[in-house]
Design a protein around this ligand. Structure first.
Ligand code: ZN
Ligand code: ZN
Length: 307
C-alpha cells in the first residue's frame, strides 16, 4: 500500500481488496500532527486490508488515538475493531448508529446490495456485518459539536443524519477540510434509504449545514478529494430537488407506485442496483408525505397520490 499525502496533516491510505467489485473502494484517511494521529473510517476487515494499513502505520511512527467512523456501513466500519485492537486506539461513533450495528444479522441496507444467488458474497458480507458490529462494543459515543484533539489539531464532529441516521462528518477548520463519509461524494449518487435506515428530509438539511461551514476541500468516503467543495454540495442539493420535482411530475401523470416511478426515472437500470433505486424513490416519497405533499394509499402494492 502506498499512502498519499493530501495536505500538511492528512494522508489517504488506499487499498482495494481483490474481492471489491465496485469502482470506488472505501477511503481511509489518517490525520496526524507530530506523532499523534486519528483514522477517519477503517475500510474492510479482511486480512489484506487490515494488515496493509497496519504495516504502513507502524512504519509511519504515529500513535493512533481514535478511529472515527463516519457511519456504520461495513465498507467503512468493519475494519475498525481489528485496527483499534492492534493500534490501541479508541473507536468513535455517533450513538444513533448503535441499533443498526446491533441488528447486524438483519438486512440493514448497506452501500452494496448482495447479488441474488451469490452465496460466497453473502457469507463474506455477513462476516463484514459482524466485524462492523464489534466496533459498537465499547466506542466513544459522540454527538454534534463534540471536539477531539489530535496534537494541535481540533476535529469537530458534525452530526449529519440522512445517508444513515447516525452519519457524522468531521470538520477540520485548520485546513478547511471536511471529511464527509457517504454524506457527500464527488462521484456517483449518495444512497438514501427511507426511515428507519435513512431520511431524505434530514439529508437535505445536513447538506445545507455542511455548505454553511464553508469547507474548501471535501474528503469523501469514496472517490477522490473534491476541491470545489461548496459548489459540489450545492450540486448534490440541486440534484435531490430536481429528483423531487420529477417525482411530483410523475405522480401528477398517474405513476403511483414505487415500481412504476423507478421504471420511469431509471429506465435502463442494472438489476443489481434495483433495490437501491427502490429505496431512493421511497425516501423521496417519505419526505413528500411528511411535508403533506403526497398521500399514501395502503394496498398490497402501496400507491401514492398528490395531496
Ligand atoms: Zn460507503
Ligand atoms: Zn454508506
Amino acid at each position: 500500500m502506498e499512502a498519499q499525502q493530501l495536505s500538511e496533516h492528512v494522508f489517504s491510505l488506499p487499498f482495494r481488496p481483490p474481492f471489491f467489485i465496485g469502482y470506488l473502494a472505501p477511503n481511509v484517511y489518517l490525520v496526524r500532527d507530530g506523532d499523534e494521529g486519528a483514522l477517519v473510517d477503517s475500510g474492510f476487515s479482511d486480512d489484506d486490508s487490515v494488515n496493509q494499513r497496519l504495516a504502513w502505520l507502524r512504519g509511519a511512527n504515529v500513535r493512533i488515538r481514535y478511529i472515527l467512523l463516519t457511519h456504520h456501513h461495513f465498507d467503512h466500519a468493519s475494519g475498525a475493531h481489528r485496527l483499534a485492537e492492534a493500534l490501541g486506539a479508541q473507536v468513535v461513533l455517533h450513538a444513533q448508529e448503535q441499533p443498526f450495528l446491533e441488528a447486524w444479522r438483519e438486512e440493514v441496507p448497506q452501500d452494496m446490495d448482495i447479488p441474488a444467488g451469490q452465496e460466497e458474497v453473502r457469507q463474506r458480507i455477513q462476516r463484514f456485518r459482524y466485524d462492523a458490529a464489534q466496533a459498537a462494543r465499547d466506542p466513544l459515543w459522540v454527538q454534534d459539536e463534540t471536539e477531539l484533539k489530535i496534537g494541535r489539531l481540533v476535529l469537530h464532529i458534525c452530526y449529519t443524519p440522512g445517508h444513515t441516521m447516525g452519519s457524522i462528518c468531521i470538520w477540520m477548520p485548520q485546513e478547511g477540510i471536511l471529511f464527509t463519509g457517504d454524506t457527500a461524494l464527488g462521484l456517483g449518487t449518495v444512497a438514501v434509504s427511507p426511515p428507519p435506515y435513512g431520511d431524505m428530509g434530514l439529508y437535505l438539511r445536513s447538506l445545507e449545514r455542511l455548505k454553511n461551514l464553508g469547507p474548501q476541500i471535501l474528503l469523501p468516503g469514496h472517490g477522490p478529494p473534491v476541491k470545489d467543495a461548496i459548489r459540489k454540495i450545492q450540486e448534490l442539493i440541486d440534484h435531490r430537488r430536481e429528483r423531487e420535482e420529477q417525482i411530483l411530475g410523475l405522480l401528477a401523470q398517474g405513476k403511483d407506485t414505487v415500481t412504476s416511478l423507478v421504471q420511469a426515472i431509471y429506465p435502463e437500470l442494472d438489476g443489481r442496483i434495483l433495490p437501491m433505486a427502490h429505496r431512493q424513490v421511497s425516501a423521496h416519497l417519505h419526505k413528500l408525505m411528511q411535508e403533506g405533499q403526497v398521500l399514501l394509499i395502503e394496498a398490497e402494492e402501496p400507491r401514492y397520490v398528490l395531496a
